[in-house]
Design a protein around this ligand. Sequence first.
Ligand code: NAD
Ligand code: UDX
Length: 466
Amino acid sequence: TTQVKKICCLGAGYVGGPTCAVIAYKCHDIDVTIVDLNESRIAAWNSDHLPIYEPGLDKIVFERRGKNLFFTTQVEQSVLEADLIFVSVNTPTKKSGLGAGFAADLAYVESATRQIADVAKSSKIVVEKSTVPCRTAESMRTILEANSNENIRFDILSNPEFLAEGTAINDLLNPDRVLIGGLQTPEGMKAQQALVEVYAHWVPTDRIITTNLWSSELSKLAANALLAQRISSINALSAICEATGADIDEVAYACGRDTRIGPKFLKASVGFGGSCFQKDILNLVYLSEQLNLPEVAAYWKQVVDLNEYQKKRFVSHVIKTLFNTITNKKIAIFGFAFKKDTGDTRESAAITLCKDFIQENAKVRIYDPKVTTEQIFLDLSEPGVVDNTKQLKNRVTIAKSAYEASEDADAIVIATEWDEFKELDYQKIYDQMHKPAFIFDGRLILDAEKLRNIGFRVHTIGRAEA
Ligand code: NAD
Ligand code: UDX
């Protein structure tokens, strides 16, 4: 089989960076170069302050950088030298044109593919790492094959990434499975085997699954749809709990003890966020519609609709509880990232909550341990609205700690489940708040009884009012 000696990765983002850093860490016999068009991102990868926060990432990058792990903007050189190229560029939801709001924008995947075709002077294995609609590999293959000749061949593989942010390094070091799809031809299977051998440096071979290309592509969308569906299911049940006196954590535990259901991913919340779930489901919805399967499309669409409903439901509950008006009230938002242990805010539920509170003329004071002030203002501003920043700065302030955020506040909203929010001195916080002091726990992380004893009015997702 072909032995991979040099890897190039196009896209130094949340996926390309950690994934290829771990490959370099586990395969000292392979040179790994991660390329991006974004110069400041590459500069950050080459500095002491990596562009993304991920527990355990620094150690791995600092250990291998300059040895067999390189970050550069020099696309051509890196593609020329590589035997295997990961395409790990962004595939956001299209904002305009055909399929706007649903379909994946494949412009970056296509331009990366064309770059490879233009530059390559020897045979390459091209690996689709980005999450893409089923059969994208076909288009990539057509573009690459139109540019191959008797001296150069391109083999294309699908190797979707299943890491979750906040636990990326552990997920990469100990994956449940690695999925590699390829054409079931002798050459396709040979390419597949070459990538299997890269992962086999550290992943037990019974965890490396090989399938055909289309199964691999669809499995990525399917896995995310199934995971998000579990959250929407538990969130739908949380509404029933609030109305009946059942407790969602108890229900989740009782159901999760059934080994067929399993205990994980059943935590009710203010709604799922992140760059993947919504985007990938909408992508699946679009695919279903294109395949003339409207019932299938509607089925998956409901997972996203329920998630929107959960966020709106939470906001109206806050307003109703605060005596039907939050005008000029101070609301402390604990957490802005879409989940704990990441600085990523893409599609974070906190964005929707804050925007809605601002619409109601509340004063919002946000604290997140990892998200930057610039990022928060970027997420909360509506593009195209003049004066928006000034208006925003009247309504939104950023605090350096949870204590600072809750000073003089009327209510606290837990939007992200950061561990540090469990350890705060809530007596101290209570003493500095307006009374009655409210806490809305959108993540079910706080001990409601203890808080009530201090004097707080506590409202928790999925629990009836005490
Ligand atoms: P990202 O936006 O963080 O990174 C993508 C990078 O690709 C950007 O830095 C961009 O500048 C770069 N890029 C675009 N075109 C390029 C080109 N032609 N050459 C070189 N660089 C180029 O995105 P991400 O979160 O890393 O996601 C990448 C893909 O992985 C997406 O398809 C996403 O759906 C998928 N995915 C993401 C996650 C996750 O947790 N973020 C998990 C699994 C899969
Ligand atoms: C997800 C998938 O888990 C991962 O396999 C895929 O590669 C990328 O998309 P990610 O979005 O990084 O990963 O994080 P994840 O842990 O899945 O959380 C997504 C959202 O769901 C977060 O907002 C999280 O808070 C929320 N969530 C998760 C819940 O509300 N309840 C749960 O029980 C689990």
